[in-house]
Write a new protein. Structure first.
Length: 322
């Protein structure tokens, strides 16, 4: 084995061990901080210098995207006017491995004077930062990875894991689920996965439909002439309630067993009480449903079983969420 691969694995193992140790140190202070965040009237203000500051920015972004308003405050900028970003009702979460970072410590007096509670993410509650914080999420002693054990590595990984744990436990406390995610993440792959069937289904003249009692040849004509040629049609009563479904596959099987289809009514050959899907189903759930049942189309019905559209697997595959 190449020595560099072996060294890289040692580094990864050291960082993994740092994360494991932080997990074991979680206790009452973590629970208190979760409850504090859930009860906030203001925002979570994250702060840190250097690499710890970068981690603080990421945690702030995760909090914001999971339902907790948050901003990042640069400690050096804070003492030159940006302290105005922190107000009563906020909490300040400060990250510092040593707990002795000068710029961070200079924040504490003015912030606490404004009635803002302080949470420290640091190695020891006995550090200066730890002693002046209301709550301490303790990292414990962490030996860095890499040559000379100097570059922030294992410690920043542990900080990030601890911050993610806080943000995601708070998310659970807020009952922040897929619908909220859809609002906060309208773009990219996540946004596509959280689209709903009602946004993707074929409706209007793109939704092939026949009333019960029509001839089979009419169904074939509808399936052929509908824009996009979905290869299926729904059959409804006069009130628009779904009664059946007929597909290209049904037609092929029918032609294998019958010499003539002339005069057949759609009622005789359609699938009665077909599988359906609701317009509020998420795209990723709909795709899994189609794959599981090995079907390509589904009628979309409302709570009263009235037809509102047609979902075609191709519409989901076009989103590239599979």
């Amino acid at each position: 084995m190449d020595a560099r691969i072996e060294r890289a694995r040692e580094i990864v193992d050291r960082e993994a061990e740092a994360v494991r140790q932080v997990g074991e140190r979680l206790g009452d202070h973590f629970v208190h901080v979760v409850e504090l965040v859930l009860g906030l009237s203001g925002r979570v203000v994250m702060a840190g210098m250097g690499k710890a500051g970068i981690i603080a920015q990421k945690i702030s972004a995760t909090l914001s995207s999971t339902g907790t308003p948050s901003i990042f405050l640069h400690p050096a900028e804070a003492i030159h006017g940006d302290l105005g970003r922190v107000a009563a009702g906020d909490i300040l979460i400060v990250i510092s491995k040593s707990g002795e970072t000068e710029e961070v410590l200079r924040l504490l007096g003015p912030v606490k004077a404004a009635g803002v509670r302080v949470v420290a993410i640091t190695q020891s509650p006995r550090s200066t930062l730890g002693q002046h914080a209301d709550f301490v999420l303790e990292l414990g002693p962490i030996e860095e990875a890499g040559p000379y054990r100097l570059a922030p590595s294992a410690s920043t990984t542990a900080m990030l894991a601890l911050g993610d744990a806080l943000a995601l436990v708070v998310q659970e406390g807020r009952k922040f689920g897929p619908e909220e995610f859809a609002r906060y993440h309208p773009g990219g792959d996540l946004g596509r996965r959280l689209m709903k069937v009602e946004e993707l289904m074929r409706s209007g003249d793109r939704n092939p439909v026949l009333e019960v009692g029509a001839k089979l040849v009419e169904a074939i004509a509808v399936m052929t002439k509908t824009p996009g040629r979905p290869g299926a049609t729904s059959i409804v009563d006069r009130e628009g309630v779904l009664l059946g479904f007929f597909t290209d596959g049904d037609l092929r099987r029918l032609l294998e067993t019958r010499e003539s289809i002339s005069g057949l009514l759609i009622d005789e050959v359609m699938t009665h009480a077909p599988q359906t899907i609701s317009p509020g189903t998420f795209a990723m759930e709909a795709l899994a449903y189609l794959h599981q049942r090995q079907i390509d189309q589904l009628p979309v019905v409302d709570s009263r079983q009235r037809l509102v559209g047609l979902l075609d697997v191709q519409d989901l595959l076009d989103l590239r969420i599979g």
